[in-house]
Ligand binder design. Sequence first.
Ligand SMILES: Cc1ncc(COP(=O)(O)O)c(C=O)c1O
Length: 456
Amino acid sequence: MSSDRNSQPRLELPGTRDVAGGIAPGEALSTVRAEFPALTRRHAGQTYCYLDGPGGTQVPRKTIDAMAGYLERSNANHEGAFATSEESDAILVEAHAAAADFLGASGPDEVAFGQNMTTLTFAVSRAIGRTLRAGDEVVVTRLDHDANVAPWLALEEERGVTVRWVGVREVDCTLDLDDLERALGPRTRLVAVGLASNAVGTINPIPRIVEMAHAAGAWTYVDAVHAAPHMPIDVAALDSDFLVCSPYKFFGPHLGLLYGKRERLEQLAAYKVRPAPSEPPGKWETGTLSGEAIAGLLGTFDYLSWLGREFGGAAESATRRTTLVAAMLAIRATERRLARNALAALSEVPGLSLRGIVDPARLDERVPTFAFTMAGLTPHEIAVELGRRGIAVWDGDYYAYELIRTLGLAESGGMVRVGLVHYNEPAEIERLAEALHEIAGSTAAKSPPRARMEGA
Ligand SMILES: Cc1ncc(COP(=O)(O)O)c(C=O)c1O
């Protein structure tokens, strides 16, 4: 499959100057890193090395200040007849507009906030479930995080729905679209799929998948949690009926974000208390939202807008949407360089087996999230060794439950996951590689000497 077909549609950027190669290592990257207070943390005499972005990214000063500012000055519940409540509600209104701009939605009523992606997905899947009958079908994939699988699986028991699976091509951890073709039929009501894998970084060809699903008369529910910190999202171009992401994975506070086409959010009956609004987005925002997290998200968008102007070529006069897209394109360009460095560095580590797309010519098809095993050590032992050195990585299945089982790695502890984002430095990849060489060296007697790039 060509990399063009795997990419998202090209985003038009009226009002921006040429986007260069992203954030250059050195002075430019130091300027960006200075925005993140957490990046100054030290451990065992060195700066702390955050390679755990897929579990949650660090936040810029603007986010922290916005959260603290909210709690200091505007902390109040919704729709009170007094100043702090009015301020809090104004923040909420602005945050919906900014989130709509971030995702390319047509209006603020197409986005709803919630506790996290998982909670929002259970809410929407229950509401969709109400409309399904026994024998209706939903399609899920073996590449997805379980938060976009388990809520749909539950419909089997609750509604008698049949679940169909799309498998993974083990050679490069890409989705098997022939499987999707076979899974779709006249009873398919929904296809649930991820935009990018939180385990191996594969970007799925969502426009094509959405087209296939819609041709079969099914809706689509796209999990963009892992994609959101790495690339611009354009829900209008993707044409998915729903899309979810989590601000805490893209430099914001702990929060979930749901996009739904207006007619979908209107037509479905949400589980809600009677006095709550009957119109979107309010009908999907159950209970009291975290005002401080929503205020913090506005700080994150301010940070990204700064990035879009400084490093993405966005003009001062550009719209917020254009500026945010420019920021995400700059991030994508920056991360390509990081991904190339990481692939080269990991391929040199003795006994290391990297899974997924490993061909540097296919960087368009992945984000810089890498999962591997090493001969002679469990993933947890490697993560502990790296943690002792102040390098934060993840091990296990990180809820990519089906993928780890498909690869036959569940019994042996899954894989080590290294996740890079735009604030990571090339020097951190070198530090990771040095540590892995050291760890491999200490088990050399047991380990085979060469790295294995198991993907394509
Ligand atoms: C791809 C993906 N989907 C869904 C989730 C769940 O997100 P949340 O913690 O917001 O429920 C995660 C979290 O790791 C994820 O990486």
